[in-house]
Design a protein around this ligand. Sequence first.
Ligand code: IFM
Length: 493
Amino acid sequence: MPTAWQEPSEPLALPAHFLLGSATAAYQIEGAATEDGRGPSIWDTFSHTPGKTWNGDTGDVAADHYHRLDEDLDLMASLGLRAYRFSIAWSRIQPTGRGQANPKGLDFYRRLVDGLLDRGITPVATLYHWDLPQALEDTGGWTNRTTAHAFADYARVVGEALGDRIAVWTTLNEPWCSAYLGYGSGAHAPGRTDGAAALTAVHHLNLAHGLAVQQLKAVTTNTPQYSITLNFHVLRGRGAGAEEAVRRIDALANRSFTEPLLRGRYPEDLIEDTAAVTDWAFVQDGDLTQIHQPLDLLGVNYYATTAVRLWDGETPRQNHDGHKDMGGSPWPGSPHVEFLEQEGPHTAMGWNIDPAGLEELLLDLHTRYPNQPLVITENGAAFDDHLSARPDGTYAVHDPERIDYLRSHLFAAHRALAAGVDLRGYFVWSLMDNFEWGYGYSKRFGIVHVDYATQRRTPKDSALWYRDLALTGSIPPLPTERTDGHAGRAPGP
Ligand code: IFM
C-alpha cells in the first residue's frame, strides 16, 4: 500500500518522452450515424430502444466530430496535446462487420491521422470501443466465436490502410464492459442479461485481441506498438470475508483478462467460481496461445476504487458497483458479493475520488507483470460544469474540481514512476464532453465543453491547465492560495 502523501511544492517533471494526450471514442463524439455508408452498430440499436439511455439520448449527432474534424484537430494542437487516442468505428469500415471495406470510412480516419501527424500529434488508434456492427450481434455477437475472426479480418483491413502511420494500436477498449455490462448486467449494448453469455464473450474478446494483433503485425509497415486497454477494478475489501470477496471480483474483473493476455492461462479460481454458470467449453485447444501475444504496452483505465464484502444474505444487498442497474448482474457466479457505497468525495458519476488507488494499481501491475510497460489510457472525471459568458462575448468553464482530480492522479502516476514502474504516458478522459453511454449527455467528462445546441467548443479551465502541463512536461504544484473556494496547499517550509 502506498504511504501517506506530502503535497509537492515544486513542479514535478515527467519523463522526456512521456505521452501526454487526451482520449475519445467514435460513438461518443462522431455523430453522422447514417452517413457515408456507415452501418448500424449495437449502440445505435440500444440507444434507440426506449428506456436504455438517460433521456433517450443517442449518438446520432453527439459532438458532431465527423463534420468538425479540422476544427477539432486545431483545438487539440492549441491545447499542446502530444498524443491523441481515438477509436475507429468498425461499422464505418465494414458496415455489416464483414467483407469489402467502405472507402469513405477509411478516408475519414486517414484524414484524422494525417491531420494529427501534420500537427505533430502522435496517433493512438483503438480498433474497438464497444460499437459492434449490429449485423454481427444478429448472429450472436461476442458469444459467437466467428465474431473474433471477423474482428481479426477488420484489423487487417484497417492495418492495410493505416499501417504506415499509426504509432500505437490498441485492439480493444475495456473488454470488461463489452462482456459483463453488454451480456451480463444489460447496462450496455446489446443489453443481454446472461452470465454464461458474459463469460463466453470474455473469452471471444480475448481471442479477438490475440488474432487481431497477429493480423496487424502482418500488414503494418512502420514500427508501431501493440496494446490493449483494460479497466481495472481496484478493490477495497470490507468486513469478515473481505479477502474472499476481493479474490472473486479480482478474478472476474481483472485476472480474466490479464492472465490469458499476459500469461496464456485462465485463473483456476475463476473457473471454479463460475462452474455453476459455465463449463468454459468455449475455450478450444490452441486459443490461449493465440491470445498470449507480446504486448508493447498495457493500457490502464482508472477512475475510482470499488468496495466489496461478502453479503450476509439477510440485510438488503448493496449494489454500488458504479454502473447502472438494468436487472442483470455483471458478476456471474458471485451473487453473494456486495458492492458498498464508498466515502466521498465523489464525482458527478457518484464515483469516489481516490488517487491512491491509481498508484496502488500501477505498483501492483508492476509487481505482478514486472516487464510489462504500462500507459494510463483513461483517467478523468465528470462534474456538473457551468458555462459562463465573459464580458467580451467569449465563454469560460471554471472546473477546479477537475483540475484537482487530474493533478492528484498525475501526482499518483508520478509516484509510481519514481518507484520504478515503467509508465509511458497519460491520456485524460476526455478531450471533449460527449455521449456517456447509458447516461447520455447528462455527464460531462471533457476538458473542453461542448454546447450541444450550437456545437460550440469551449476549453474549460482544466484544458488550459492541461495545456500548460503538456507544454512544460511538469505537473504544477497545488497553488498555496486559491480564489475558487477550494483548499490550497498549506504554505510550507
Ligand atoms: O466514457 C467512458 C469511456 O467510453 C470508457 N471508459 C470510461 C469512460 C467514463 O465512463
